[in-house]
Design a protein around this ligand. Structure first.
Ligand SMILES: [Zn+2]
Length: 88
């Protein structure tokens, strides 16, 4: 029931998974981005997913196959840490 009430405010795991790469690219609207940030602050599973995606992007970047458009992993990490602190 609680999760139903929170739904407009917090993205689901599925939604977060679907939007993770857009989230990293900064391609999301403010509202969706916030919902995903709130979800990431609560969901260990999706944070792990985000981290593995960041590692993948970092590896790709070190191979020189993509441009430096995504935030540096350390920056994203700092953002997630900050969200976690704010939410508690
Ligand atoms: Zn999740």
């Amino acid at each position: 029931m609680l999760s139903l009430l929170l739904k407009p405010w917090i993205a689901t795991c599925r939604e977060t998974g679907d939007h993770l790469s857009d989230y990293l690219d900064g391609d999301l609207g403010a509202r969706t981005r916030l919902r995903i940030m709130r979800h990431l602050a609560r969901c260990e599973h999706c944070r792990a997913l985000l981290e593995s995606l960041m590692r993948t992007l970092e590896q790709l970047r070190s191979l020189g196959t993509i441009e430096q458009t995504s935030p540096a992993p350390a920056t994203v990490r700092a953002i997630v840490d900050r969200i976690e602190r704010d939410e508690r």
